[in-house]
Write a protein that binds this ligand. Sequence first.
Ligand SMILES: *Cc1c(COP(=O)(O)O)cnc(C)c1O
Length: 430
Amino acid sequence: MDLKNIYGSMGISPEVYDYCEAREESLRERFRQIDRIFELNQLKVLSAMQESKVSEACLVETTGYGYNDIGRDRLEEVYARVFRTEDALVRSQIVCGTHALATALFGNTRPGDEIFSPVGLPYDTLLSVLGVNESQGSLKEYGVSFSYCDLREDGSFDYEAIRKGINDRTALVTIQRSRGYSQRHTLSVEEIRELIAFVRSVKPEVTIMVDNCYGEFIEATEPSEAGADMVVGSLIKNPGGGIAPVGGYIAGTEKCVKNAAARLTAPGLYKELGPSLGNNRLLYQGLFMAPSVAASAEKGAILLSAVYGDLGFECAPGPSEERHDIIEAVTFHDPELVKSFCRGVQRAASVDSFIRPEPTPTPGYAHDIIMAAGCFISGSSIELSADGPLREPYTVYFQGGLTYYHSKFGVMMSLQQLLEDGLIKKEQLL
Ligand SMILES: *Cc1c(COP(=O)(O)O)cnc(C)c1O
C-alpha cells in the first residue's frame, strides 16, 4: 500500500493529502537547516552528560529527604553545562512552568522591590502570580510591585519606555522569550542579547530572568549565554523531550538558583533536599531526546504555517520567517474555525483520539480555553497539541509532536476537519 492509501484509511482525503504533500516538498531546504541545529544541540547535551560523568548509579530511585541524591545533583550539573550557567535547579517537585517561574520570582525579590517587563504583559498564568489579576498569595500581597511596557507597533523594543520603566525599586527584569497567548512575535536570542545589554546600561545590578518556555534547543545558543542571570522553563515542554513526567528548571547564577531553592524547599535546606523518586532516568533521557523532539515540533509548526498560510489565513510566524520557538499561531477571526481546528488535532492524537474537545474555564486563565491534547503525559504541550482562548481575534496555538510525522498528521487532520465541517471548500485545496 502506498502512503496516500494509508492516510486515506486513517481519514485523510486525497485533496488534503496532495495539498499538504506539495507544501512539505517546498520545505526540504528549511528542514535541512533545522537538522543542523538539532545536530549541534544533540552534541551539546551529549557532551554535557559525558563531562558530568553521568553513570548508571545516577538513574536509581531515592526517597524521603533525598540527601546525597547523586543522580539529582548531577542532572542539575548537566543542565548548568547545557545552559552554560553556574548552577541549576531541576526538580520533579516543580509542578509546571508557572511554578518554576513563580519560584524564581518569589525567591529573587524582597518586599519593596519592583519587577519590570520590557516586552509587554507576561503569560496569562503569571498575572495571578504577580497580582495583576487579584489573587491570594500573589507577589503584590508580599509588597512586590509590577510594571511593564509594550513593544512598539513594529515589534521593536521601546527603549525610551524601558528607560522610564526601570526605577530605584526595580530589582528584577523579566523577559518572556515566547509569545504565549499574545500577538507579538517570539524573541530571538540575539534580540534578547540586545535588550539585556540595554537594560544593564540603565541599571547594571538588576537581576534578569528569561521565561524560556518553548524556546529551548531551537537555536544554537540559549538566553543564558546572552547575559540573563537565569532562564526558567517547564519539563513538559521542550527540555523534557516528551519523556519527563513532570518538572521544571531554573538555570542561572549560583545566587539566583540558591534564592529559588530557598523558596522551593526552605532557607537552610536549599538544594540539598528533595528526592528524585523514580524520575532521574526519565529526566536524563528526556533531556537527551529534547533536541530531536524540539526539531520535530519545529518542522511540524513550519508545515502548518505553509499549509494555512497558502490558504490565506494569518500565520505567525509565516512559513519562510525565522523561528525562535515551536509555537505556530493561526488567526481565524471565527470561534467555529478554532473549535473545528482543535477537534481535528484531537483526532490525530495517540491517546484519546476519539474525544471531542469543548471550550472550558481553565485555572489561571481569564477566558474559556479549548484544548486538543491526547498525550502520554497529561497536559504535555511538547506532544502534539493545540489550544486557544475563546476571545478575539480567535487565534489557535499549535505546538508539539514527538515525531515530525505525528505533527504532520496533526496538520493534515486539522485541515480534514475544517473541510468536513464545511469551513473550507474542496476548491480551495486545488
Ligand atoms: C507554558 C508557558 C508558561 C508556563 O505554563 P505552565 O502551563 O504552567 O507550564 C509560561 N510562560 C510561557 C511563555 C509559556 O509558554
